[in-house]
Design a binder for this molecule. Structure first.
Ligand SMILES: Nc1ncnc2c1ncn2[C@@H]1O[C@H](COP(=O)(O)OP(=O)(O)O)[C@@H](O)[C@H]1O
Ligand SMILES: [Mg+2]
Length: 249
């Protein structure tokens, strides 16, 4: 692979778990690669990884070996489909979920060595507001926060954005409302969140899009395939394609 210019690094977070980060990130990667972009998806849930499971990958090496043994991330990469590469992480390894400052710096440095090969780097972060979530968000050029109409998903997304603003002075947040019954519901959730963010943090978020509640999503999780591939005409697939086009525009 030859080195190109710096890619756009996008982190995907939610605060709360189970909001749909991994499903969305896998499908955004599939959508971007279908448009001839070279995409690296990093499983940022370092201690409880599941990108590999959702894609049905047979993983031999993980980012744990980069952190612990200095293994070149290029030796860990798995190509899922043309132009869509995954850096898998380890699961059930609590040490990986709480890296020291030096280990974090080493991991980011190792990732920086290889990302020039890609157009987009997507980081599917862990749930919660742990250190890895914060430094992956800080590393990224663009922060996408996923929320659902569920009140706890809304408060947790707010908590994450508040920390990113107060600790790192990030101002630019892109919201995706997942699991909605209608565009109207998505717009209402966005408007409420936007009002709270403006009033309490002085942050004006961008509306990145919405994804409907769709059985194609859970079906694809069970089939271990992106829904965009399994059911390209499903409503969720059309929604992710729309978000992908917005990111490319
Ligand atoms: N738009 C949606 N419609 C229906 N089910 C969804 C949708 N988004 C996510 N899900 C379901 O929610 C569950 C959690 O999704 P996942 O991507 O693992 O969340 P996270 O990575 O945030 O923990 C999955 O079983 C998935 O099928
Ligand atoms: Mg996940």
């Amino acid at each position: 692979m030859e080195n190109k210019q710096k890619p756009q690094i996008i982190s995907i977070s939610s605060g709360k778990g189970g909001v749909g980060k991994t499903s969305f990130t896998i499908n955004l990667a599939a959508a971007l690669s279908a448009k001839s972009r070279k995409v690296l998806l990093i499983d940022g849930d370092l201690g409880l990884a599941n990108v590999d499971v959702m894609l049905g990958l047979n993983v031999k090496h993980t980012l744990r070996e980069t952190v612990e043994e200095g293994r070149d991330p290029l030796e860990i990469l798995v190509e899922v489909m043309p132009g869509f590469f995954v850096l898998p992480a380890s699961s059930g390894v609590p040490e990986m979920a709480s890296l020291s400052y030096e280990e974090q710096a080493f991991l980011i440095d190792s990732l920086e060595q290889i990302i020039g090969n890609f157009d987009f780097v997507l980081v599917d972060t862990a749930a919660g507001v742990g250190e890895s979530v914060l430094w992956f968000n800080n590393w990224a050029d663009k922060n996408i926060t996923l929320l659902s109409p569920d009140p706890t998903a809304i408060t947790d997304a707010y908590a994450l954005i508040k920390i990113m603003k107060t600790r790192y002075n990030k101002e630019d947040f892109h919201l995706i409302i997942n699991n909605v019954k209608s565009k109207k519901e998505a717009q209402e959730v966005f408007d409420n969140m936007s009002t709270v963010l403006e009033n309490f943090l002085g942050v004006k978020p961008c509306y990145q899009g919405a994804i409907p509640q769709d059985s194609a999503v859970s079906m694809a999780v069970r089939q271990q395939k992106p829904f965009l591939i399994a059911q390209p005409k499903a409503r969720a697939s059309l929604a992710v394609t729309e978000i992908c086009n917005k990111i490319l525009s």
